[in-house]
Design a protein around this ligand. Structure first.
Ligand SMILES: [Zn+2]
Length: 178
């Protein structure tokens, strides 16, 4: 069984690096809202470091905050919580980004002609090959035409698969919230 907390932490790790994990773990452990100072005390680190990490996490949707004004000092106090219930939304956004990248790559493959070096398998665009008189800039071998159909087919399959996943999960999300 996939543990939602592990998934949540691993996703944060892969997007933002290992550094943010301690803050996220404290919030998950605690299970209630915490101020940046409480987190800093708990971890025994500087509150500025905690704030930096919280901002990174907030940008990617992993945490959110509620703020109230302190009656005595007039300063705002931020109460942070982990958005573990929104993990599906975070994953979905991630998939949409990947989909965009794959589509851009597919367009590039479709709109360009490629040449390849038979010696070292380096691939060149038509312009690059033309400039080098169809010789490999690395080793001087004669370049040959490269059929990118396999790459295009792979990209098309991957795009279709991710589009179907997004559609399915968007429907699930809509059902869940209605
Ligand atoms: Zn070469």
């Amino acid at each position: 069984m996939v543990n939602a907390e592990n998934l949540f932490i691993n996703l944060a790790k892969s997007l933002l690096g290992d550094e943010v994990v301690d803050v996220l773990e404290v919030l998950l452990e605690k299970g209630t809202e915490m101020t940046d100072e409480e987190i800093a005390n708990h971890l025994n680190v500087k509150v500025n470091d905690v704030r930096k990490k919280l901002n990174l996490l907030e940008e990617q949707g992993f945490v959110s905050y509620r703020k109230t004004r302190d009656k005595d000092s007039g300063w705002y106090i931020y109460y942070w919580r982990p958005n573990i219930d929104q993990i599906n939304e975070i994953l979905l956004n991630r998939k949409r980004l990947i989909l965009d990248k794959l589509k851009t790559r597919l367009e590039y493959e479709k709109n360009n002609t490629f040449f390849i070096c038979p010696q070292d398998n380096s691939r060149y665009s038509f312009e690059e090959a033309f400039e080098n008189e169809f010789k490999c800039p690395k080793c001087g071998s004669q370049l040959s035409y490269y059929d990118s159909e396999k790459i295009r087919t792979f990209l098309e399959q991957k795009i279709k698969q991710i589009e179907e996943e997004i559609e399915k999960e968007t429907k699930l999300g809509a059902n869940r919230s209605s």
